[in-house]
Design a protein around this ligand. Structure first.
Ligand SMILES: Cc1cc2nc3c(=O)[nH]c(=O)nc-3n(C[C@H](O)[C@H](O)[C@H](O)COP(=O)(O)OP(=O)(O)OC[C@H]3O[C@@H](n4cnc5c(N)ncnc54)[C@H](O)[C@@H]3O)c2cc1C
Length: 200
């Protein structure tokens, strides 16, 4: 790209569109500031797309499964049932799409610009945004916020990578109920997946 090019100037430039970033963007844009948010993939960040809310979708199904298993206790006979994981996943996908639509409407309403692009800094407060078609934009902000969050990694534990484990991202996209599930790590993400009685 031509680095002699002048960057587009915003009052507030934000890298990453997650929890804090989007609220900043909508608030300041709503007050009349020129705001841009650069997001490579997940409109609204991890929470609505691959984390908090998709995991609650699985847990909600698990709760229904639990109720069905206890149906006799409540005087309801159910001869047999099975969990259709691809339907569970489709329900999640519909929910995620609805959340994305809501986010996009809030961007439009607030006037904040959402730029779907991979961002990297190429100078002080100067961000190069590479759009999906490869074109680049140079952006700068009087204020710049970095909200790039975290992402799952496969730790360097002997044998782990070759076992081809799922991270929470793939686990929340399952098409079938796994016959066995080993959850490695007892943080809140691991506990949330492990305790869902859908697997039991
Ligand atoms: C399974 C699971 C369940 C969870 N449940 C809950 C819950 O119930 N309650 C709760 O409060 N929290 C929960 N969390 C945690 C919550 O998801 C995170 O705390 C939250 O998403 C962090 O927000 P963030 O804005 O810091 O980062 P993120 O949401 O990760 O947003 C960062 C964004 O930056 C983008 N990005 C990164 N680098 C670049 C780049 N170079 N260019 C362009 N874009 C970039 C990413 O694509 C991403 O969209 C859960 C997490 C997981 C994994």
């Amino acid at each position: 790209m031509d680095f002699q090019a002048q960057p587009e100037v915003y009052d507030l430039l934000i890298l990453g569109s997650g929890a804090g970033s989007k609220l900043l963007a909508w608030t300041f844009a709503g007050q009349g500031q020129r705001v841009a948010v650069v997001e490579r993939k997940y409109v609204g960040g991890a929470c609505p797309n691959i984390a908090c809310l998709p995991s609650k979708n699985v847990i909600h199904t698990a709760q229904v499964v639990q109720n069905v298993r206890r149906s006799e206790e409540f005087g309801i006979s159910i001869d047999s049932f099975h969990v259709n994981m691809s339907a569970v996943r489709d329900r999640k996908r519909r929910m995620v799409q609805g959340l994305i639509d809501t986010h996009l409407a809030l961007y439009k309403q607030s006037g904040a610009e959402l730029v779907i692009a991979q961002g990297k800094f190429v100078g002080p407060k100067i961000l190069e945004a590479t759009l999906p078609d490869g074109t680049k934009r140079l952006l700068t902000g009087k204020d710049v916020v970095i909200g790039t969050g975290t992402h799952a990694v496969i730790e360097n534990i002997p044998g782990l990578a070759s076992a081809q484990p799922s991270t929470h991202v793939e686990a929340l996209e399952l098409e079938v109920v796994p016959e066995h599930l080993i959850v490695l790590g007892g943080g809140y993400v691991g506990l949330e997946l492990a305790h869902a009685p859908i697997w039991q």
